[in-house]
Design a protein around this ligand. Structure first.
Ligand code: NDP
Length: 315
């Protein structure tokens, strides 16, 4: 497999940027090149680049607020993007597609740790059910095409991701970029930082560069119909993460935990033994503190142009 035979959808996003460091000669496309909600544009993309392999990252992604406010958009855009990409990949006889799901599509009521066989065992959490069901259908379409047409379409399930080139929009970001941005502004403005909950929940986080390496590993080593969990299962308390970020950003102000706001479940562990049985080893993950520091440094260096910081108030 040559790098230039691989096409990466969602190439301008956080994971796409990380993949550029791992397979720089692959073809990276964004919505500016092809709006994949359009079947026609998806066909043009495959006709133009004739990829043999596809890493499918393109998605409408957002935090809990955006997910809840725009349920219809999250369902429609993701269902269209995924249907079009897989259908065109089938028609253009792509040898293999690796697509991304997310641990947030698991049922709300589930037995921990999250194991791949439980994905369809019940409704997802109310807050993001539209995104979750659209992603679940990516699994269904991949399996159905494998059975009927013999397509080698696989799906992988990352947990929480972070890294350089994240989305830092204060209304719409995930926990790590949100804490970074809030602390950056609080430092600039001499204010205190208010974070939701009490900081006690433990969460798993995977560095985007590690995820990129795992995606290439799956391209070479995983050909089964069942989804595969691919996150780093080290758990970190939100409170500790906030302290680490404060220290890296040199923020010495007060961190207030607003316990009137929901903290979320205490733990949401996932099981990555399927990935490790293929030969991926725990020591292949970047040290969490090192990767968090690197993500903080990138954020500070790129403040003003990074996504979600363009119009933020630092006065
Ligand atoms: P980003 O939001 O950073 O990037 C999304 C990418 O999708 C961008 O390149 C964007 O292009 C592209 N895209 C969006 N809409 C369209 C469209 N209509 N047509 C074509 N391309 C489009 O996402 P991440 O890199 O964070 O996520 C990558 C994948 O990982 C996604 O599938 C996501 O569901 C999954 N995932 C992410 C997690 C996370 O914590 N971030 C956790 C678990 C799974 P443009 O820049 O032009 O808008």
């Amino acid at each position: 497999m040559n790098q230039n035979e691989i096409l990466v959808t969602g190439g301008s996003g956080m994971v796409g940027h990380a993949l550029k460091r791992v397979i720089p000669e692959a073809i990276f496309v964004s919505s500016k090149d092809y709006d994949l909600r359009s079947h026609f544009e998806a066909e043009i993309m495959f006709a133009t680049h004739a990829p043999k392999y596809v890493i499918h990252l393109a998605a409408k992604v957002g935090g809990i607020k955006a997910n809840m406010e725009k349920l219809g958009d999250f369902y429609r855009d993701n269902a269209l993007i995924n249907t079009n990409v897989l259908e065109s990949a089938r028609r253009f006889r792509v040898r293999k597609v690796v697509s991304l799901l997310s641990t947030c599509i698991y049922p709300n009521e589930v037995v921990y740790p999250l194991t791949e066989d439980q994905i369809h065992n019940g409704p997802p959490h109310q807050s993001n059910y539209a995104y979750a069901y659209a992603k679940r259908m990516l699994d269904i379409q991949s399996r159905a095409y494998r059975e009927q047409y013999g397509c080698n379409f696989v799906t992988a399930v990352p947990n929480n991701l972070f890294g350089e080139n994240d989305n830092y929009d204060l209304n719409d970001s995930h926990v790590i970029p949100a804490i970074m941005h809030k602390m950056y502004l609080a430092k600039q403005n001499g204010q205190r930082v208010v974070l939701w909950g009490d900081g006690s929940p433990l969460r798993e986080f995977t560095y985007s560069l590690d995820l990129a390496n795992i995606l290439l590993f799956l391209m070479e080593h995983y050909d089964k119909p069942e989804p595969i969990n691919i996150g780093n299962t080290g758990e970190y308390a939100i409170l500790d993460i906030a302290q680490l970020i404060a220290s890296r950003l040199d923020y010495n102000g007060e961190i207030v935990w607003d316990t009137t706001k929901p903290a979320g479940q205490l733990r949401k562990p996932s099981d990555n033994s399927r990935l490790h049985s293929l030969g991926w080893r725990p020591e292949m993950y970047t040290d969490f503190k090192d990767s968090l520091s690197s993500a903080c440094d990138w954020f500070v260096e790129n403040y003003g142009t990074a996504r979600g910081t363009e119009n933020a108030n630092t006065q």
